[in-house]
Design a protein around this ligand. Structure first.
Ligand code: ZN
Length: 270
């Protein structure tokens, strides 16, 4: 299958993470990966004319992008691609992008920063076995406390992406996103993490991995993977690989590797 990674603008080190994402997808043996890089910020319009991916020729698009709006023709082609049944993976700060693009926010379900606030939609903490949409809470959407290793809890062990993964595992040092907001429609929760007040968190179980059904499209959203240990953490790699396959096909054929972390110990690959 063909996969497309989009990068080029980000407040994160996309020049380091894109080659890792590409390697991880190719290691599955399922994907042939192309990278489309946008022009840098403040580029003249004619440079943007070179950014026109043929989305529909891909099985999955992975966003490693958090930057300026795309040209209108690119945005509308992207919407048509996902609406028509395309696969999409939103990776970490990709959910910071495009706060004013309603269809994008519907695709990713929840996002953060970029001026998002209660007008963007509810926050979606988890308790008592389900999402608990908070429509009353005011304030900014998107926050994280101090980076630290943390436990991720599998909340949907029957979902293809999560089947065979342990109930809990340790994720390598990362930003634990909290208070994301968005339209929050047609979402399926896969995994949460407790955002501990001692690390400047919310004291709530926050969504880490989830999916969104956007028209006929399948979207896998991972909030994980800031950089450093986070992008070498085996659970990040495996959930990205499985999420990408699921977004592309609706199924997961990959086995869970023996080095998947336990509830006690982080597992990193070089
Ligand atoms: Zn980050």
């Amino acid at each position: 299958m063909k996969a497309l990674i989009i990068d080029g603008q980000n407040n994160h080190d996309w020049k380091t993470t894109t080659p890792l994402l590409k390697k991880y997808l190719e290691e599955t043996g399922l994907f042939e990966v192309t990278v489309a890089t946008t022009p840098p910020k403040n580029s003249p319009d004619d440079m943007w004319s070179g950014f026109a991916p043929d989305f529909k020729s891909y099985s999955v698009v992975v966003l490693n992008y958090n930057g300026e709006d795309w040209p209108a023709g690119v945005s509308s082609a992207f919407e048509a691609y996902v609406r028509g049944g395309g696969g999409l993976v939103s990776y970490h700060a990709a959910d910071n992008a495009f706060p004013k693009w309603p269809e994008f926010n519907s695709m990713i379900g929840l996002g953060g920063w970029g001026g998002r606030d209660e007008m963007s939609g509810p926050t979606m903490p988890y308790s008592n076995g389900k999402w608990q949409p908070d429509h009353d809470r005011k304030g900014a959407g998107g926050h994280h406390g101090k980076r630290h290793p943390f436990v991720v809890a599998n909340r949907n062990p029957r979902h293809p992406v999560m089947q065979g993964l342990p109930e809990r595992w340790m994720h390598g040092e990362d930003e634990l996103y909290d208070s994301l907001r968005g339209p929050a429609a047609h979402m399926t929760l896969l995994a949460t993490a407790y955002s501990a007040p001692e690390f400047d968190g919310t004291g709530l179980d926050e969504p880490m991995l989830f999916t969104i059904a956007y028209e006929k499209g399948r979207v896998f959203h991972t909030t994980l993977g800031h950089g450093g240990d986070a992008v070498h953490s085996v659970d990040f790699i495996v959930t990205l690989q499985r999420g990408a396959e699921w977004a592309a096909t609706g199924k997961v054929t990959q086995k869970v590797p023996a080095d998947f972390p336990t509830a006690e110990k982080v597992s990193l690959r070089p």
